[in-house]
Design a protein around this ligand. Structure first.
Ligand code: PHE
Length: 459
């Protein structure tokens, strides 16, 4: 291991940091509203299938490439001797920049809600529209958020990221479980659970499939090299397969718990589950209010504070990707790279700040044949999450299986793990990375683009 680059202090440190990257707004903000928008339980079933069958092997592959090369996503392909493929790494770095630019805005909402909860302003739920269209205020919250992210990334992987994740992730879980139990006691909770857990398979459409696929990749931080980067700090003593399994289980587990919490709450408040990006922000303040003035403030502010922290461990990993690229490939000093890239991404995020009502141009950015009028932030979300991430997953699988070659991949995975060769897991990873992932991801990518951006009615 190159000691200049840093290394995770322990396996649990790596797992927690990678789980911290995976667990974030994707699980608690995005997952519930995607489920709500796509008909409930049917979406959940497709999502689970993609997480375990497609994404888990892709995750193992990304971590293995990172650990083998000790490099950022661009440098990794070069280090393996395939310079042309570094374009895939570049795509990943760009994707990270795009995602962070709008993710940081939503993180600003979460942080702003934390402050609103502290002062007991439960009415903010009904004022969500006005809150997000105040671009100046949200801009300040987002700037604070980006600054904090940069501060942590500047301190390096182990000191900053690991330590924060160790304490904060478990606290978030506890508070969510409390809210699940509370939600179950409310009127109409059962209806919410039914919507969330009893699938109507006739609702599975192409749109449900690609949205679930995009959600799975986004939530697991895959397809753009975040886990190549995190894997590059992993020591060769560690077991990649069991680490990836833990990360996947933790991420899926938190998403499922977020749904268990949200749908009973949404239905008990008489709110439509199709509320979109505002779902948790509209629903939760009223719920906190119903806990009474003291408990409401305590639970409400803790919830949004921990949500902000969950988002922070994700923004940290998003920023780490372009930063490691700039440090390794462009020879920039780490601190310089961190602050200049964070500043640049904040600026790139300004249209997203304006896209929620502040400016008509950005709020009614484009008429998409598949979905109708779409604001800029949602639009780049579609582009990055639903299209580029699965494309990145497709390319990384094809690369690992056919260019770098399967035996090299398996050789790397086997390091740090007894009895890997010939095991069921190795066969499963083999078949998925070389056949299932390229086929399904390739087809779905093409269909997604045709349907979402060109309005072609494919299924
Ligand atoms: N997985 C993160 C979340 O769910 C978002 C993310 C995507 C982070 C891609 C890194 C890379 O919130």
């Amino acid at each position: 291991m190159n000691s200049q680059r840093g290394e995770w202090s322990s396996r649990i440190g790596f797992v927690l940091a990678a789980a911290g990257s995976a667990i974030g707004l994707g699980n608690i903000w995005k997952f519930p509203f995607e489920v709500g928008n796509h008909g409930g339980a049917a979406f959940v079933v497709v999502y689970l299938f993609f997480c375990f069958v497609l994404c888990f092997p892709v995750m193992v592959t990304e971590i293995a490439i990172g650990r083998k090369t000790n490099k950022n996503p661009v440098g990794a392909y070069k280090a393996l001797g395939y310079k042309n493929w570094s374009i895939v790494g570049i795509l990943g770095v760009l994707c990270g920049v795009i995602i962070l630019s709008f993710y940081n805005v939503v993180a600003g909402w979460a942080f702003g809600y934390f402050l609103e909860m502290i002062i007991g302003n439960f009415a903010i739920g009904d004022q969500f529209g006005a809150f997000v269209s105040d671009w100046f205020q949200v801009g300040i919250f987002s700037a604070i958020f980006m600054g904090t992210t940069a501060f942590i990334v500047a301190r390096g992987v182990s000191a900053g990221i690991e330590r924060a994740a160790k304490i904060l992730m478990p606290s978030l879980l506890v508070i969510m479980l409390f809210l699940v139990i509370y939600a179950f006691t409310l009127p109409n909770a059962m209806e919410g659970l039914k919507f969330y857990l009893v699938p109507d398979f006739s609702k599975i459409s192409l749109k449900v499939m690609y949205s679930a696929l995009g959600q799975a990749f986004f939530s697991l931080s895959l397809g753009m090299g975040a886990l190549i980067t995190y894997g590059s700090y992993l020591s060769s003593r560690e077991n990649i397969v069991s680490s990836a399994a833990l990360i996947t289980l933790a991420d899926v587990g938190i998403a499922l718990i977020a749904g268990l919490m949200m749908f009973p709450l949404v239905f008990s408040q008489g709110i439509e589950p199709t509320g979109g990006a505002g779902l948790i922000f509209v629903t939760l303040p009223g719920v906190f209010q119903s806990l009474g003035p003291v408990l409401g403030v305590v639970i409400g502010s803790l919830f949004f504070l921990l949500l902000s922290f969950a988002a922070l461990t994700s923004t940290v990993s998003l920023l780490e990707v372009p930063v490691s690229y700039a440090v390794d490939e462009l020879g920039m000093k780490r601190k310089m790279a961190v602050w200049s890239i964070a500043g640049l991404i904040f600026v790139i995020g300004i249209p997203s700040l304006l896209a929620n009502g502040a400016s008509d141009f950005w709020s009614k950015f484009i008429e998409l044949p598949g979905v109708g009028m779409t604001d800029f932030m949602t639009f780049i979300g579609y582009l990055a999450n639903d299209s580029f991430l699965p494309l990145g997953g497709f390319l990384v699988s094809v690369f690992a299986a056919y260019v770098w070659k399967k035996n090299k991949l398996h050789e790397q995975i086997a390091i740090g793990q007894d009895h890997y060769a010939g095991s069921f897991v190795s066969k499963f990873i083999d078949v998925t990375v070389s056949i299932i992932a390229p086929i399904i991801l390739g087809i779905l990518f093409v269909l997604t683009v045709l349907n979402r951006f060109f309005g072609v009615d494919v299924i």
